[in-house]
Design a protein around this ligand. Structure first.
Ligand SMILES: Cc1ncc(COP(=O)(O)O)c(C=O)c1O
Length: 367
């Protein structure tokens, strides 16, 4: 079977280094918030050029704690897209904030400055922009500027965009705070859950450090409400620092896979994602095509050829079956995308021969 993403070859390649990491972890004997977390936070901060990095338990917590650190809480309105897997909505529900869903662009699947500008009339306190599939939202600089002018906090969800850069600026460096997930299949992924918040604002960073550990000012002294236990695991932090050294090279491999798809997929029933104007601003966490007719038929056809595909994401946030959903809202582009997007295999260790097989199977599909 050819998988959509597969973190196992990376772990196998680095097995000896991982075991050495584990030995060092045992030798150091600091199992929670030890030197591994501090060292990874510094390394990731150096890598992104964002002054502070705070390791947390996962990418969903990272959004939640970023919101709390900015003072977003019960009843506050927060604008966000509804096509990014529900993580932002889950975090908003956790702090009691109210989502204001806005529609995305049909080609990039990201929020536009026009849509953000339009929603300012509803007076959001914050905006969450997801750099979806690995692409920095093309208008992020203008969006950040607009938010600054209107006193709206900007949180960038970079769970799928580690290492992408626009005009040299890393994803996560445009807003007030950014969130990252280190789930194993991510461009930078551990061997378990993990996440981080990055921010250039030292006061926000300080609050995040308190919030990830029960809201403690010092041990057993709770100063900040909305705190909880969301520490980045010490062992995962060590693994992540090891994998960080490979991130740029692995992202290059993803970009190469994407350019081969762009060159060689010729089936007229598939709409390919537009190539970004700044090539380093899309790190292809996922290679997502749009299939406007018979998507499930193509999925089955690929499966018959030993190829898995996936849908990111089949149900928009506003149509989920939980209390924070908003079934009355209409988001035509988001709803169309949910019915047409399809993720093809794309990960650094995907062999060329396997990619050839995917291309051949796609092109031979009789719609
Ligand atoms: C866009 C996006 N945001 C947030 C998350 C949440 O990350 P985690 O699974 O680490 O909680 C994910 C990953 O699953 C994601 O893809």
């Amino acid at each position: 079977m050819i998988f959509v993403g597969d973190p196992r070859p990376r772990a196998a390649r680095r097995r000896a280094d991982l075991l050495q990491c584990f030995d060092q972890f045992l030798a150091d004997g600091r199992f929670v918030l030890g030197p591994g977390v501090t060292s990874f936070e510094q390394a990731f901060s150096d890598y992104t050029g964002i002054r502070n990095c705070i390791g947390v338990a996962n990418g969903t917590d990272a959004i939640e704690l970023a919101l709390s650190s900015l003072g977003i809480g019960a009843g506050d309105r927060v604008a966000t897209a509804a096509n990014a897997g529900g993580y932002a909505s889950t975090s908003l529900a956790a702090v009691g904030a109210v989502p204001l869903y806005i529609d995305v662009e049909p080609d990039t699947c990201c929020l536009s400055i026009g849509a953000v500008e339009h929603c300012l009339a509803s007076r959001p306190r914050a905006l969450i922009v997801t750099h979806l599939y690995g692409r920095i939202a093309p208008e992020i600089s203008a969006i950040a500027e607009l938010c600054r002018r209107h006193n709206v906090f900007l949180i960038e969800d970079c769970a799928q965009a580690h290492g992408s850069r626009m005009a040299g600026h890393h994803a996560g460096s445009f807003g007030d705070a950014s969130s990252f997930s280190f789930y194993p299949t991510k461009n930078l992924g551990g061997l378990g859950d993990g996440g981080a918040i990055c921010t250039n604002d030292d006061a926000v960073a300080e609050r995040c450090r308190q919030l990830r550990q029960y809201g403690w000012l010092s041990k057993y002294e709770v100063q900040r409400p909305m705190g909880r236990n969301s520490r980045l695991d010490e062992l995962q932090a060590r693994f992540l620092e090891l994998f960080l050294a490979d991130l740029d090279e692995e992202n290059q491999k993803r970009m190469l896979l994407a350019s081969r798809y762009h060159e060689q997929i010729t089936h007229p029933g598939l709409f390919l994602p537009p190539a970004p104007s700044d090539s380093s601003s899309h790190v292809y966490h996922l290679f997502v095509v749009q299939v406007r007719q018979k998507r499930e038929h193509l999925q089955q056809h690929l499966k018959n050829h030993g190829i898995l595909s996936d849908i990111h994401y089949p149900i928009p946030d506003h149509l989920q079956g939980v209390h924070w959903a908003k079934a009355e809202v209409r988001l035509p582009v988001t709803e169309d995308l949910a019915a047409s997007v399809l993720s093809l295999p794309c990960y650094p260790d995907l062999e060329s021969a396997d990619q050839d097989q995917v291309i051949e199977a796609v092109n031979s599909w009789s719609q």
